[in-house]
Design a protein around this ligand. Structure first.
Ligand code: ZN
Length: 673
């Protein structure tokens, strides 16, 4: 066992360039190598694929990777190949001959990883069985898709227990970013983890992402929903995702945003493939600022620099909320997650619940043939069919409804849990963490606790290099966590740019195979970072001050200072607090609090200094990208003063004024909602 773990460490070093596993990864890999069934819940994103790719290279044979992310499978294979890990996939339209060729490669030992969707596995399992192509390890990615309730549910996941049996019952490593205890039980039952005794290893990472700020805006009408959305987006959060419940809603919200001057696009599964790819690419390339997506289709959107995730309305489960909100701030920099909640939002989910678990009476009607499936909504018919296969009703025989009733109750409880999150009076972060079974510590920022989350990437040069590097990498492949370079590695590169291929290869997370293949592109990407054109340095500094201060207060930045005021401050450079107050339209109390800071900022910029520079900055940045507890400590101690200051400040803020939205909502757009 020890020898196996040592060779796993060598694989990690050789193919991924990391000297050691992250703590959770190491634990998962150890238990996989010991041959035990393993469930890994690794919420903070990134590094999940290491948990099966590294063991795949150690255990021999091939590892069957079941992934629901069909559209990303080819990227995942490309990323594995780039790391020197032989992989094939059965994804997308393939001819019979192509499938056979891929399986021949696996049979000939030419691939360590075989990626496949659960739907296709149902069709291919027989051939694998016939050719005795039994995997050494079964990896199930995004395993929460097993859970029947929630937007990600994929019915074919529920066949995996049987398929596993047919494939010689290999050990399983199942991975996901989130799963409550109930979902974990459902996963264990569905995959038969640890046999009848359920004797398997569970590895649970922390759900706490300190750089995310959580808030809820309660609205009383659809008009108000629009108004708040516009206010939030009017702040200078440059990259935002808005989650909307339906395809139609994404289109009308995106249209509305465009009419208000935002570069916004809708993104959902109903779009033609090329249109979808084009829109996603535009978002990844910074050509649009807002992507309005259906919750069902957010999984492919993974852009590290998303600063704001807004939910148009209440999602069906805390899991989906946390997962979607968690697409903010993947780069480790601060970001906000805001839910717009209108009492009554839950009704649509309760209706969905009735479609997922139709009543006994409806089911009996359909099963008996008295009501043909074509007479009921498609979703109800599909559920009736799914449950018929599960419950196997026979005429005159007793049907055991208990398992289904239990699952329905659990689903209802999850709707209630999101509603409690939206209406609760306590700390939002604590509410989420408690739901996921984690004891909450000190909150690093939410609308009820009103704390500042400091931004560690304050050095404009580092930020610029990071952006340029991401553009270079995003041209290679979709920046999915299982992809080529994770966020921490990119941040490391931006903080201390390597000059040569050798230096590049030595950076943790890169390694020799990638450096040899993409070295030039990465080094060029770093050197292409140029100074931003357009706004002056002072204006940039003022914008930065505004976003930091407003984020700490949990208010849209525009409520603090409008863009016009920022421009005026930058060009007129006031020297007294009265002048500042006149430009910024601050009242006396606001003036007392902010004018001094702004004058100091303008002074420093005029003197050519950088108001943001601090002695500890590069150390803090470096330590942050290492992702250790140490960085958290550092961030906290650096921000200590500011926390007290802002808390004091928030008491003298005026009531919210809808200044941002004055007259800016097109009536036509409203009526479309
Ligand atoms: Zn809090």
């Amino acid at each position: 066992m020890l020898a196996r773990y040592q060779s796993a460490c060598q694989v990690l070093d050789r193919h991924f360039g990391f000297p050691r596993f992250r703590p959770q990864q190491g634990a998962v890999v150890r238990s996989v190598l010991s041959g035990r069934d393993t469930l890994g819940i690794l919420p903070t994103g990134g590094g999940k694929s290491v948990c099966f790719q590294v063991p795949a290279m150690v255990v021999g044979g091939y590892t069957l990777v079941i992934s629901p992310l069909i559209s990303l499978m080819q990227d995942q294979v490309a990323a594995a190949l780039a790391r020197g890990i032989p992989a094939v996939s059965l994804a997308g339209p393939m001819t019979r001959a192509q499938v056979t060729a891929a399986l021949d490669t696996v049979a000939g030992g030419g691939a360590r990883l075989l990626y496949i969707s659960p739907e296709r596995l149902q069709r291919v399992a027989e051939e694998l069985e016939r050719r005795q192509l039994f995997p050494a390890l079964l990896a199930v990615d995004e395993v929460h898709c097993i859970a029947e309730w929630g937007h990600d549910f994929r019915p074919s996941f529920r066949t995996l227990r049987r398929l596993r049996q047919r494939l010689g019952r290999p050990p399983v490593v199942a991975l996901t970013g989130s799963a409550t205890e109930a979902v974990r039980r459902e996963i264990a039952d569905t995959l038969d983890l640890g046999g009848r005794q359920r004797d398997f290893d569970l590895h649970l990472g922390s759900f706490n992402r300190r750089n995310l700020w959580f808030g809820v805006h309660r609205v009383g009408s659809e008009q108000q929903r629009v108004r708040v959305l516009l206010e939030l987006l009017a702040a200078d959060d440059t990259m935002s995702i808005v989650y909307a419940p339906t395809r139609k809603a994404t289109e009308s919200i995106a249209g509305l945003l465009r009419e208000s001057g935002h570069r916004a696009v809708a993104y959902h599964a109903g779009l033609e493939r090329t249109v979808r790819a084009h829109r996603l690419e535009a978002f990844l390339d910074d050509e649009v600022d807002v992507i309005v997506a259906t919750s069902a289709f957010g999984m492919g959107i993974d852009k590290p620099t998303v600063r704001l995730v807004i939910h148009w309305s209440m999602p069906p489960t805390p899991e989906s909320y946390y997962q979607e909100a968690g697409r903010a701030g993947r780069d480790g920099s601060r970001a906000r997650c805001i839910l717009l909640y209108r009492p009554g939002d839950a009704v649509v989910h309760q209706r969905q619940l009735d479609a997922t678990f139709p009543s006994r009476k409806v089911l009996e009607e359909i099963w008996s043939g008295r009501t043909p499936p074509s007479r009921v909504p498609a979703a109800v018919a599909a559920s009736a069919e799914r449950l018929r296969r599960e419950l196997r009703p026979r005429w005159g025989l007793h049907v055991d409804w208990r398992p289904v009733e239990k699952r329905r109750r659990a689903a209802a409880a999850r709707i209630e849990a999101v509603e409690r999150y939206a209406t609760g009076r306590g700390c939002r972060r604590a509410a989420l963490l408690r739901y996921f079974g984690e004891a909450p510590g000190e909150c690093s920022g939410c609308d009820h606790c009103r704390r500042v989350i400091p931004d560690v990437f304050t050095d404009p040069d580092v930020r610029r290099r990071l952006a340029s590097l991401r553009r270079a990498v995003s041209r290679l492949q979709a920046p999915w966590p299982g992809g080529l370079l994770d966020d921490a590695t990119l941040a490391r590169l931006a903080a201390r740019p390597p000059r040569t291929e050798e230096e590049l290869a030595a950076i943790p997370g890169v390694g020799a195979p990638l450096a040899a293949r993409y070295g030039r592109l990465l080094v060029e990407g770093l050197s292409n970072a140029e100074s931003p054109a357009g706004e002056s340095a002072l204006e940039a500094a003022l914008l930065d001050w505004r976003s930091r201060t407003a984020a700490g207060l949990g208010i849209p930045a525009i409520e603090l200072l409008t863009a016009t005021a920022i421009h005026a401050l930058a060009t007129r450079r006031p020297t007294t607090s009265v002048e500042v107050a006149r430009i910024a339209s601050f009242g006396p109390r606001m003036r007392a609090k902010f004018a001094g800071e702004l004058i100091a900022l303008i002074d420093e910029q005029a003197a050519g200094g950088n108001a943001q520079s601090e002695a500890g900055q590069s150390a803090a940045l470096h330590s942050c990208v290492e992702g250790t507890a140490e960085s958290t400590r550092l961030m906290n101690s650096r921000s200590g003063d500011r926390v007290a200051e802002v808390t004091a400040m928030s008491r003298c803020l005026p009531e919210r004024e809808a200044e941002a939205s004055k007259g800016s909502i097109p009536e036509a757009a409203l009526s479309r909602q």
